[in-house]
Each structure stands twice: as C-alpha cells, then as structure tokens.
Ligand binder design. Structure first.
Ligand SMILES: Cc1cc2nc3c(=O)[nH]c(=O)nc-3n(C[C@H](O)[C@H](O)[C@H](O)COP(=O)(O)O)c2cc1C
Length: 315
C-alpha cells in the first residue's frame, strides 16, 4: 500500500525493522522507554530536551547508546553547542534536532557517522533541512503533544512535504496512536511515524501513574496550545512556539493573561513548584496531544508498537 517513490526505507536508514520512532519526550522518554521501543524493532529516542548532561549521561549509561537515538532542542544548542559534542561522543545511533534551524549542527552529527533526524513544523523548514543535509525529516502537525506551533494539521502538511522531498524518508508526527493512522500516513507518502503522546501512556514512560491515567481519561478537546507553562517554568522559548498540554486550572487562569502572569511571576513560580511536588495535575503541566482521544489504556510500550504496526500491515 506504500505509494511509490515516497517511502525510501526508513528501516534501512536507521537499521530498524518497524518504521516507528519513539519521540524524544524531554524527561518522559528516558532509558527505560527508549530501550523498550528499540527492543521491539522500532527506534526509541531519549528526550535530551534542553541539554541537561547529568540526566542524559545517567540515561545513556543504562543502555547501549548505539541502540537508541537522542533528541535535543536546536535553539538551545545554538546557545550551548558543546552539548551536541558531548552527546555525539556517547555514540547514539541518531540525533533528533527539533525547534530551530539544524544547519549549523549537522556537520557535527555526520562527522561522527550518526544519522541526523530533523523535525520540522512547516514546508519551508522541511525543504531547508533537506538541503542542509538531514537524513530523515519528521513532519510534526499541530495535533502533537508538547512544543510546536498551532495552525498546521498533519493531513495537509505531510503530503505537501512529501511532494517536495522524495529522496529521503519523511516521518509523520502529531496525533497518531493507531495502526489505521499509520496506514493513512503511508498512503499520504510517509515512510513511517513518530509517537509521543501514545508512548507517554505506557509503563516505561517516566511519570506518575496519575499522570498516565489522566492521559487515558482526557479527550483531544481537553488539550490546548499555550505559552503559560513555559513562562512559569522557564526557560523562555523563542517567539512563535507554543506547547500543547492538558487544559487544567493553571493554564485556564493565565492563558490570555500572560502579562499578568509575568507581573506575579515569583509567586506563581512557587505555586507551580508546589503543584509539581504534589503531582497536582490541576497545576502542573501534562504535555499531551490530540491523540489522547485514541488512547484507552496504559500498556507496555512494545505492545503498543506491535499493535500499531500489526494493524497497519493488515490494513
Ligand atoms: C511529554 C512530551 C514531551 C515532549 N518533549 C519533546 C522534546 O523535548 N523535544 C522534541 O523534539 N519533541 C518533544 N515532544 C514532541 C515529540 O517529539 C513528538 O513530535 C510529538 O509528541 C508527536 O505528537 P504526538 O504527541 O501526538 O504523538 C514532546 C511531546 C510530549 C508529549
């Protein structure tokens, strides 16, 4: 069912058996989740996020780095390029760069013989990343959990990117949690998919049982894009980025009133920190995408991957 010319094997480029990537969810995708995803023939990424090297080293020491990839936030690497040198020296199979222009960092990744996966949020960035030398493009629609931009749905963005890029694998991300969606992405020309929110609701994801249970209960309509959590948590993101998370009392209170939040920042930071310490989901962030509509239970990650791949192959 894969359309011709569009699906240069992701499996061959990354040395995997299933065309599924476990997204690099900061702090949530640690060694346990990444190892479980890679262990069943897909490729798990640990979420290196802003580049906390103590955390990254601890996770990498718990597994064979060549069996997984590491995700890093590109605009943070612009500020601290040494983080990328450190990660590359550890020898992961691939580095996934998100949120920013990957161009200045690709040489470091390629010089070490690693695969460069570049996540993009729009068509121009996809074409630019391809020209800069990306090995794999991940197209993320605004349905996705975590950071991104509101506005571009995957159903239009994915085929538009595939029409422009036919010589490297294009991977679909955002709102995907089922095999029938993988089959649909194949039809639209994707070589595979990346899963974030669906893998958050697994035994191996690093968060509380209550947080994972909430993911099962939530509907896509109960998630929203906002900058509120970035303002209260820091660091400050570049203009234009927002993050999709569960709509709770904290974000409802401050969304549309971020200037008031800034004016009361010290107090709200204390309140937020107390919410984190208490695992209070009405205060703390729960990054989640529209795929929560399609998540019915918390499962082992390998079961999720096998079910999605099996259903898509049957279709
Ligand atoms: C909890 C969470 C944390 C995330 N953290 C990161 C991150 O640190 N870096 C990154 O590139 N993407 C991050 N993302 C986005 C994922 O890489 C991925 O593109 C997205 O989750 C795909 O959409 P989905 O959640 O609908 O599957 C995160 C997503 C979630 C749900």
């Amino acid at each position: 069912m894969k359309p011709p010319g569009s699906t240069l094997a992701l499996e061959a480029v990354l040395g995997i058996e299933r065309p599924i990537l476990g997204a690099p969810m900061a702090r949530v995708a640690g060694a346990r989740l990444a190892a479980a995803v890679s262990g069943c023939g897909a490729l798990g990424f640990i979420g290196g996020g802003y580049g906390d090297l103590d955390w990254i080293d601890a996770e990498l020491s718990a597994l064979d780095p060549s069996s997984i990839g590491v995700g890093l936030i590109t605009w943070r690497l612009d500020e601290e390029p040494a983080v990328l040198d450190h990660v590359v020296a550890a020898g992961p199979r691939a580095v996934w760069l998100s949120y920013g222009d990957p161009t200045p960092h690709l040489e470091t990744i390629h010089a070490a013989g690693l695969v460069a996966v570049c996540q993009v949020l729009d068509l121009d960035s996809a074409v630019a990343a391809r020209h800069a030398g990306a090995d794999v493009i991940v197209v993320q629609g605004s349905e996705a959990g975590g950071h991104g931009r509101p506005g571009r749905g995957l159903l239009t963005l994915l085929p538009a990117v595939v029409d422009q890029i036919s010589d490297i694998p294009v991977v679909a991300a955002g709102g995907i949690a089922t095999g029938r969606q993988l089959a649909a992405c194949w039809q639209l020309g994707a070589a595979g998919i990346a899963l974030g929110t669906r893998l958050y609701a697994t035994h191996e994801a690093a968060d509380s049982t209550a947080a994972k249970r909430r993911l099962v209960e939530l509907r896509g309509d109960d998630t929203m894009h906002s900058t509120v959590f970035d303002r209260v948590r820091g660091p400050r993101w570049p203009e234009g980025y927002t993050g999709r998370a569960a709509t709770n009392s904290f974000v409802r209170e401050w969304h549309g009133a971020v200037d008031d939040l800034e004016a009361d920042l010290a107090r709200q930071r204390d309140r937020y920190a107390a919410g984190v310490a208490a695992d209070d989901l009405d205060v703390r962030v729960l990054w989640a995408g529209e795929a929560v509509d399609l998540i019915d239970d918390v499962q082992p990650a390998a079961a999720v991957i096998r079910e999605i791949h099996g259903e898509a192959a049957d279709l």
